[in-house]
Ligand binder design. Structure first.
Ligand SMILES: [Zn+2]
Length: 82
């Protein structure tokens, strides 16, 4: 069964954004993509069109659709770096 196009997905996306703060994803690659899907929650069918982004000299990039932040491991924005 599929959702009808439009409102239900949008309502669910808004719900998801309200219920969950933006994620931080650590990556080894300067070039990342985001489609809003997640491996963790059951929301993999939601999300947004896939977009590719380049991590710049700040060491991170944020998705303009869902605010997920991609942090380069070991880069300037990696708070976990030793
Ligand atoms: Zn995204």
């Amino acid at each position: 069964m599929q959702f009808p196009a439009g409102i239900p997905e949008r309502a669910l996306l808004i719900h998801r954004l309200m219920m969950n703060p933006p994620e931080t994803v650590y990556t080894d690659s300067h070039r990342v993509y985001c489609d809003g899907a997640t491996d963790i929650r059951a929301g993999a069918a939601l999300g947004h069109p896939r977009v590719w982004m380049e991590i710049d000299e700040k060491g991170y990039v944020e998705c303009g659709y869902c605010d997920r932040r991609f942090v380069l491991k070991g880069g300037p924005a990696d708070q976990q770096a030793a």
